[in-house]
Design a binder for this molecule. Sequence first.
Ligand SMILES: CC(C)(COP(=O)(O)OP(=O)(O)OC[C@H]1O[C@@H](n2cnc3c(N)ncnc32)[C@H](O)[C@@H]1OP(=O)(O)O)[C@@H](O)C(=O)NCCC(=O)NCCS
Length: 473
Amino acid sequence: MAEVEFRQIESDADVLAVARTSSLAYPTGEFYSDATLPKLVKILVDRRKNSDKRLYGLFLKNVAHFEPGQVGAVVIGAKPNPITSEIEHSEVQPSVEPSGGLVAHFLHRDFSVNLFGVERTLGGLAFVGVDLLHKKRGYAKTLVTQWLKLCDNQGQYLAALWPFRPDFYTKMGFGVSSPFYDYTITPSVIPTTRRFAGNLKHKGAASFDVLRHLTVAQISEITECQKRCASATHGMLAVEEQNVSLFNDNGITRVLGFRDSEKVLRGYIAFKFVKVDHVGSDLNVVELIYETTEALYAILQFLRQQDDQVRFIKIKSQDTDFFRLLEDPRGANSSQQHVASSQSVGMMYKVVNIVKLFSEYFIDRDFNGVDLTVLIRVQDTLTPEMNPEIVVSFVKGHATVVKSGSETTVNANETTEATLDIGIAEFSTLVVGAIDLKTLIKYGKAIVVPADKERVVTKAFWSEDLPKNSFHF
Ligand SMILES: CC(C)(COP(=O)(O)OP(=O)(O)OC[C@H]1O[C@@H](n2cnc3c(N)ncnc32)[C@H](O)[C@@H]1OP(=O)(O)O)[C@@H](O)C(=O)NCCC(=O)NCCS
């Protein structure tokens, strides 16, 4: 591979190079024509102002100019009119040539995630793109490696991404988090009253009394509700106001919210209609957030009432038991096989630094009261130096790193009570509680020696809840 330089995208020339490269890496965005490129430049310039999003690029060294065929002067500061989408050149500034040599780029995200009841920092990867003419030369691999080092340097010992292809990132050591269940149901199977009701205040109340349209003016209220929900949900990312995209599609996505008697927003549903024919539509749920059962039922009642107009409601859930909520758990397209939902996978996690994971990241975590000293050997072929073998002592569930790397072979006769051999992708899903060790052992994806310690090692990593997160980045 040619000599490359990795740097944060800060200058206008670098932003232009990223715009050119990414417009062709993501052609479905339709930004790659000279006419539409300024819109993408504007998006990237705005992103640069957002402190939790940082662009990075991989540049070939000693390349002064951009590829001749790709050079196109773009006006930094040109902005699309929000109504007509036409480019307005009201902030015309001198045109800038894109930097030379950019072969790949990505966006780093700083997130806060609730894991085991505590808000923790999480590194996020998005917007990975390799120049059309430089694919299949290992640049994506170099990029991901650089990104993991970046996460490590800023104390993000766990990192996540939403894959375009899970197999691509599995090879790099990322493990799939909890799955989604995709439901297609008719409004008639939605229950509107709770069987064991505490507060039935809203039973039979008209939806217009119970729910309110929310617009961009209520964005703070929406994020406060989302964050409260995140702080109560294992695996959920807290979404900052500037990252709420519900109102970015010119009013196609609609949001209805439920406020409690104290006027606090306790839940909301974002949805859009998709035309089926000239009378009917499907209702696609974009997001459903609720803090209380009361809020959930207020929203369910609204959905149930759409049966005159809506053919199917499409909803994604990470609740393994969502089908039990419905009056008929069979999906709308189910035949005699009683299919309730289809399953899809989403976010992937990778442990960035196993030593720091135990010694810092999960310093407060109770590994279920377990007392045991374990040698953990994870196989990480991408960044083995960041995930060496490690001896962890669990005392009353509190983990301490005893040794790591080459130290683990010192005093070989000093016994550990068990050894866990596991791939980094599987280990990453295990430490976030997306799977239990017993299942990994059954599938031949992990091994504990001696076998009679399988139960106690499984117990150490056992999680009461699966991680759930619907925020896509
Ligand atoms: C998808 C895309 C980023 C891939 O970029 P790329 O530079 O062609 O990818 P790479 O050459 O680095 O491919 C990854 C390599 O890393 C290797 N690799 C992955 N994990 C590895 C590991 N643990 N150890 C060693 N090698 C590993 C893979 O085997 C592969 O090499 P190979 O092709 O020789 O088998 C690029 O095609 C692109 O920009 N596509 C359009 C935009 C897009 O879809 N982006 C979505 C990404 S989220």
